[in-house]
Design a protein around this ligand. Structure first.
Ligand SMILES: *Cc1c(COP(=O)(O)O)cnc(C)c1O
Ligand SMILES: [Zn+2]
Length: 462
């Protein structure tokens, strides 16, 4: 029997629901839902080290998975219900070269590389959990709206498990080709609607409310349970020592929300003794959280946050027909569905929010790659944000910082090539409309005649 249930996050409501119910909001008050556990009745290991020892037991698919290795901490399914494809085998890399470039001391900067997941982004951590719940409730069809990675991830789980038909909604012209190619390749029914992500999400929510289709966007509380494990693995990579800061890009704010919940629970269970601080980085062209928190002073306030501030902000956004716009397409979102949960995470983690420009994002992305790890533009926001927080003195050179690189470099090769090339046509299409220009980080290809002497000359060897 499962000791898990769903519960409304609003402190004045706290309505609870069985895990067998398919919900994306509280039926009483409309707030977001959490998956909660009756911890007293769960045999949680008394030391985090116990999870690590499972690593060696790789023939058991649940121990091989970097998500389900931690199964007691997200114990909503029975073992035999779990849908896993070996996700979460990601690494935490100490990067001293990058640290020195951005003004951090040696041995202080760590990159949590989630691009190593089966579909190339952190979304697999969540999709294994959402797909597991979809199976538990007997769903036959799963759906999501996506800026790209969510659809790639949902599609791979549907395809490889053969359990679900899968439909994904993407905004037209807004999706990186690497991601679109995955959804098509894995066999998802792909709907390109003429709107942006926020529109696509509104449509898919309507569809799922009226038809027997299981919604896998991050309003799905089961999905966020899987994403908690990214933080478990960061701790594991640090020998179970808590870092000073976690830095993460903010789009729909599912990651930030799940990280806050992960640390709340670990602390409550006595598995850690302090909670790291959290820095959520928006793109300047999609900075709803930054503006609400820093300009409008919106706070969690024990769950009784000021809904009028949020409503007014969205009303003025709609009044101006303001649309999210950034080259970091994975975080090109103006109505983050997990906004209120992210406020809770900021409260729990004594967090901060910042915005970075597209130029800063693409430069940081190139800088990360030049120092050993490729990632997609949205992930570059972490290092751009860290730079800003170093300059402000909010993060010290001696702080231990883990940045989550959310997606793989090869997700968006067009942008990378446009960034590095001096081909003005490519640049005009990709970079210039966003006001981005070539920088010293660019590594342009050299055109050379098919001739040995010319090659020797081009290489500066003669
Ligand atoms: C989805 C995504 C994000 C945004 O994460 P949220 O949890 O929605 O805030 C950031 N980077 C990449 C690569 C993503 O795919
Ligand atoms: Zn409620």
């Amino acid at each position: 029997m499962s000791h898990a249930f769903q519960q409304c996050i609003h402190p004045d409501c706290q309505a609870s629901y069985d895990i067998g119910q398919i919900l994306t909001a509280c039926e009483t008050c409309g707030s977001l839902l959490d998956v909660q556990y009756d911890w007293e009745r769960i045999a949680v290991p008394t030391s985090l080290l116990e999870f690590e020892t499972r690593w060696s037991n790789r023939l058991n698919p649940l121990d091989l998975s970097g998500v389900w290795r931690f199964r007691e901490l997200l114990g909503f399914p029975a073992d035999e219900q779990i849908v896993t494809i070996g996700e979460g085998q990601t690494i935490l890399q100490q990067n001293d070269r990058l640290a020195s470039v951005i003004g951090m001391n040696p041995e202080k900067l760590f990159l949590q590389y989630e691009g190593l997941n089966p579909s190339g982004s952190f979304k697999d951590n969540g999709m294994t959990a959402a797909s597991t719940h979809a199976r538990m409730v007997g769903a036959k069809m799963t759906a999501c709206a996506s800026t790209g990675n969510t659809s790639a991830s949902l599609a791979i789980y549907a395809g490889v498990s053969g359990l679900f038909q899968c439909v994904v909604f993407v905004g037209s012209g807004k999706i990186a080709y690497g991601k679109l190619s995955q959804a098509l390749d894995y066999g998802a029914t792909t709907l390109q609607i003429d709107g942006d992500f926020d529109d696509a999400l509104a449509r898919v929510r309507e569809l799922c409310a009226e038809h027997p289709i299981y919604l896998c966007n991050s309003v799905n509380p089961f999905r966020l349970e899987g994403q908690k494990t990214i933080m478990f693995r960061v701790l594991e990579g640090l020998g179970w020592e808590v870092p000073d800061w976690i830095v993460v890009p903010g789009g729909n704010l599912g990651n930030s929300s799940s990280f806050g919940k992960a640390f709340m629970e670990l602390k409550q269970l006595g598995l850690i003794d302090r909670i790291p601080r959290l820095a959520i980085i928006n793109a300047a062209g999609a900075s709803t959280l930054d503006e609400l928190v820093n300009d409008n002073k919106l706070q969690w306030n024990d769950g009784r946050n000021n809904a009028a501030v949020i409503r007014d902000y969205y009303a003025s956004m709609d009044g101006e027909d303001r649309r999210a716009s950034t080259l970091a397409s994975a975080i090109e979102i103006n109505r983050p569905v997990n906004l209120v949960k992210a406020l809770r995470a900021l409260n729990v983690c004594d967090g901060v929010v910042r915005s970075v420009t597209d130029q800063e994002i693409v430069d940081a992305r190139a800088l990360i790659a030049a120092n050993g790890f490729g990632c997609e533009p949205a992930s570059g926001a972490t290092i751009a944000g860290l730079r800003q927080l170093r300059t402000e003195g909010v993060i010290a050179a001696s702080d231990r910082v883990a940045c989550v690189l959310t997606g793989h470099q090869l997700k968006d090769p067009d942008l990378t090539v446009a960034y590095h090339t001096d081909d003005s046509e490519k640049q005009a299409e990709k970079l210039h409309p966003a006001g981005v220009h070539l920088t010293p980080h660019a590594n342009s290809p050299i055109t050379v005649r098919n001739d040995t002497a010319a090659i020797v000359h081009a290489l500066g060897l003669a």
